[in-house]
Design a binder for this molecule. Structure first.
Ligand SMILES: Nc1ncnc2c1ncn2[C@@H]1O[C@H](COP(=O)(O)OP(=O)(O)O)[C@@H](O)[C@H]1O
Ligand SMILES: [Mg+2]
Length: 378
């Protein structure tokens, strides 16, 4: 059989056919929208938050055309860049030809912006020059009011929301909170991967977003659902996979969505008819080889002690107590204080992942490929 396009996506969202499960989460988001509740969506990087947002938007369209806007603020460094990205996202969500789009175009012209289109992607680009901070705040307020005044429900997802805590403006949280709490037609999804920062933003009593939203912690995809999905996607192309091979795929990639998808994507690429343990081993090695330049880069950025610490964690797989005597002496880490200092810096660099599990906390190497590579190489 001639192979179709690879069904294992490594970025973006295409259709629900290529998206595994997340029914519970979609239902939860939908219920929140209906009940007037904003959601804070949190998980480790690459587990599927952005995918879930687009899957949910798809669901909204099916359920009767609730309008949705997606804005990724990862690249923003201050309030004016936030406003710019928000305005561009609105323009993208409501194209110029639609009635709302026309209105928005007229509205935004009031701020005398430069409007252009990215020559490569065709996406709108807006540049506004502000005379003062008040003018910035006025513009932001204006954007929200514009959406509010459409008189229909609009879902606005702000991805990588933790970015706002790096903005130089001090009042940004309070400002957003003030505008947001008066909106009745807009439901927000605040999405982020820096867990501590997100929780601090939303749960710290001293902070303005306190208790204003409901948390949705995204976990790994359910094992049975993911197994079925993988098996089906292969079999739709006439490729079989043995039980052991499938178990190895899920185990090796730790069911961390991006890494599982990557491994399946590679398997789809190399498989002929049936995938066995040997095919999986081959695919794993190939993936690690392709990612080696990234691993060497990590090594360059770290001190020897930090690098050795990562190797130790990778060898263990998961570590419960980073300062435990046994762990420290086995891997010659030095003192508990050393271990604490090194782990803090690795957590900060997002090379180490903290996994709360019931009453305990586990740590593992954040990047699953790096973890597997360190485990093999050292
Ligand atoms: N439910 C899913 N089924 C299949 N692939 C998924 C699913 N969720 C996410 N992915 C894929 O996993 C990768 C990481 O997902 P992404 O949404 O970008 O994670 P995050 O936003 O949490 O960093 C992407 O390649 C995406 O296409
Ligand atoms: Mg994302």
């Amino acid at each position: 059989m001639k192979k179709k396009n690879n069904p294992f996506l490594l970025k973006g969202y295409v259709s629900k056919e290529l998206f595994c499960d997340r029914k519970k989460e979609v239902d939860q988001l939908f219920a929140n929208v209906q009940n007037g509740i904003d959601t804070t969506l949190i998980s480790a990087r690459r587990l599927g938050k952005t995918g879930l947002i687009f899957r949910f938007f798809d669901h909204l369209r099916e359920q009767g055309d609730v309008k949705s806007i997606y804005v990724d603020i990862f690249s923003s460094r201050n309030l004016s860049e936030f406003i710019k990205l928000l305005a561009e996202a609105i323009l993208l969500g409501f194209p110029e030809k639609t009635p709302i789009g026309k209105q928005f175009f007229e509205f935004i012209k009031g701020f005398r912006p430069l409007i252009g289109y990215d020559p490569l992607t065709g996406q709108p680009q807006i540049q506004i020059n502000y005379q003062s901070d008040q003018e910035k705040e006025y513009t932001l307020k204006g954007l929200f009011s514009f959406l509010e005044n459409q008189g229909e429900l609009i879902v606005v997802a702000i991805d990588e929301f933790q970015q706002i805590s790096d903005y130089p403006e001090k009042n940004i949280e309070a400002l957003l909170r003030t505008y947001i709490q008066n909106l009745t037609n807009i439901r927000f999804i605040f999405c982020g991967s820096r867990k501590a920062m997100m929780i601090n933003l939303f749960s710290n009593v001293k902070r303005p977003f306190f208790s204003s939203t409901q948390y949705l912690y995204l976990e790994k995809i359910d094992k049975a659902e993911y197994s079925l999905f993988i098996r089906n996607k292969f079999s739709e192309s006439g490729i079989g996979i043995t039980e052991e091979a499938l178990a190895m795929v899920l185990n090796w990639s730790l069911m961390h969505t991006f890494y599982t998808q990557s491994l399946c994507n590679m398997l789809y690429y190399i498989a002929e008819s049936e995938i066995t343990i040997d095919t999986v081993k081959l695919a794993c090695l190939e993936l690690l080889k392709r990612n080696e330049p990234v691993f060497y880069q990590y090594r360059q950025l770290l001190t020897t002690a930090q690098w050795n610490f990562l190797i130790a964690i990778a060898k263990e797989g998961e570590v419960k107590q980073l300062t435990a005597q046994k762990f420290i002496s086995q891997y010659e880490i030095g003192t508990p204080a050393n271990a604490r200092r090194i782990s803090r810096s690795l957590l900060d660099k997002e090379l180490l992942l903290e996994l709360p599990y019931k009453k305990e906390t586990f740590y593992r190497v954040y990047d699953v490929f790096l973890s597997r590579w360190l485990e093999n190489e050292y």
